[in-house]
Design a protein around this ligand. Structure first.
Ligand code: AMP
Length: 466
């Protein structure tokens, strides 16, 4: 879970990168960084915290040049510490090189072990650093040739932006797991994880960086390479379910429309008599609107979110029950009193939050609480960059829908079917997507993944792993 941005040929490259990261803050809140280049050198600033807190006017003024890359991070591999922040910068035989990565490399552990066996010293615990070691180790002369040589050895999900003293390079893995888009603002190019970043910069959305594509920006303009041949695609369906911003275009479709469709399908698949539809904000809102439109049952924002809650808060000494959820969400009691409620959320991961939210709605006086989830049960962990817990912690990996219902104390519970998830694809539904979190079908690195899951969980939980 990360967001990346790249700016080429703009006098205020650092400021544009900052604004791009601002729009991508939902993709990671642990740390942020910007590296700029002015033709001679790279200058970096990375820090723990939120984009708006890190990048003051003063910090941005110290980032010179017309090229920049940026990163917001929510750790999926490696601890949450400063030395793991990105962009990651090195000096090697051919100059300076910086990289920002969104995704997760499945075989990073093995690749790293091979380097370490030959004496390499790693500075961080993130999988991205291995890419830099491979690039520095390659015998090819040009950086782009080095990339073409090493990328086929990397298994997993990567949307990448690289920066040297004079070039910006964007690359996306052949499966296209994570989104990456290309935009143009006058004579400048912008690369970003999502189009919401282009919108803020008033950059025109040109197209996606294609799966398997490498795009080079330098003084001769923009050059595209597709050295890897056609490949089966595996766009992350969870970007549509939860992760991407609803105002973005991801994988060439608007996320809001897709989510609303999930809600419409859910209303068809799992109808129930009720007085109102209530979303769990913000993630459940578009699906709840879809459910409401399809069922004709009114939509009410009877749960209100506090948008200013940071990652940590000081709890009172006298424990307040369910404080963590309560500080984020509160119920409008006057709306819920005596009512039959359909509560809509996008996913149940461990089940703990959902259980607390159902309780909040009941405590507010709801007579019935029907929980509807606008995606199938999350039964397998993600190894391609979405932060999910180990398999044994996923409630749907161990329990069926009825026992999950009991656990979250809902009157009824229903999930969206895998078939309806692909309502937007009439031909070959799901063919272009990775839905491993719902199905256990891991499109790449299945051997490594199988090994990890087996070593983490008991045989019962690996039984369906193919
Ligand atoms: P829980 O009931 O504890 O499993 O939490 C479910 C909530 O977590 C839902 O509201 C989801 O929107 C949200 N959620 C789903 N996936 C993730 C994720 N990878 N990181 C953080 N929150 C998530």
């Amino acid at each position: 879970m990360c967001g990346i941005v790249g700016i080429y040929n703009h006098p205020e490259a650092a400021k544009l990168a900052y604004l791009g990261l601002y729009a991508l803050q939902h993709r990671g809140q642990e740390s942020a960084g910007i590296v700029t280049a002015n033709g001679q050198k790279l200058v970096a600033h990375t820090q723990m915290g939120l984009v708006a807190d890190i990048f003051t006017e003063e910090v941005l003024d110290r980032l010179p040049g017309s090229m920049a890359i940026g990163h917001v991070r929510y750790s999926t591999t490696g601890e949450s510490v400063l030395r793991n922040c990105q962009p990651f910068t090195i000096n090697y035989s051919r100059g300076s090189l910086s990289v920002a990565h969104n995704g997760n490399i499945v075989n990073a552990g093995r690749l790293r072990a091979e380097f370490e066996a030959h004496g390499a010293i790693f500075q961080s615990t993130i999988d991205t650093e291995v890419i830099l070691h491979m690039l520095a180790d390659s015998k090819k002369r040009d950086l782009v040739d080095r990339l073409v040589e090493i990328l086929p050895q990397i298994k997993g999900a990567y949307s990448l932006v690289f920066l040297t003293e004079s070039r910006l390079i964007a690359a996306r893995d052949p499966y296209g797991f994570r989104p990456l888009v290309l935009g143009k603002k006058d004579d400048s190019f912008v690369v970003a994880s999502e189009t919401c970043a282009l919108d803020l910069l008033e950059a025109k959305f040109i197209r996606e960086i294609e799966p398997g594509e490498i795009v080079v920006f330098d003084k001769s303009g923009m050059k595209s390479l597709k050295p890897f041949g056609p490949q089966k695609r595996a766009h992350c369906i969870f970007e549509y379910v939860y992760f991407a911003r609803p105002d973005s275009i991801a994988f060439n479709r608007n996320v809001y429309e897709i989510r609303k469709g999930f809600g419409q399908m859910l209303a068809k698949e799992a109808p129930v008599q009720a007085d109102m539809i209530v979303p769990v904000p913000d993630s459940g809102v578009p699906a709840a609107i879809g459910y409401s439109e399809e069922s004709g049952i009114p939509f009410q924002m009877a749960l209100v979110r506090n948008h200013y809650v940071g990652r940590t808060f000081i709890e009172p000494e006298q424990a307040i029950r369910h404080f963590g959820v309560r500080v984020k969400l509160n119920a409008v009691k006057q709306m819920l009193e005596g009512k039959k409620v359909i509560l809509i959320d996008d996913s149940i991961v461990r089940g703990t939050t959902s259980r607390k939210i159902v309780k909040i709605v009941r405590d507010a006086g709801a007579k019935e609480v029907h929980l509807r989830i606008s995606a199938p049960p999350t039964t397998w962990p993600c190894f391609y960059g979405i932060d999910t817990p180990r398999r044994e912690e996923l409630i749907a990996a161990k329990q069926d829908v009825e026992s999950i219902r009991k656990y979250v104390t809902a009157d009824t519970l229903a999930y969206l079917s895998t078939q309806s998830l692909y309502w937007f694809e009439k031909q070959k539904p799901g063919e272009w997507f990775c839905d491993a979190c719902f199905t256990g079908n891991y499109p790449v690195g299945a051997d490594e993944i199988r090994h990890t899951i087996r070593s983490e969980t008991g045989t019962l939980l690996t039984a369906r792993l193919h």
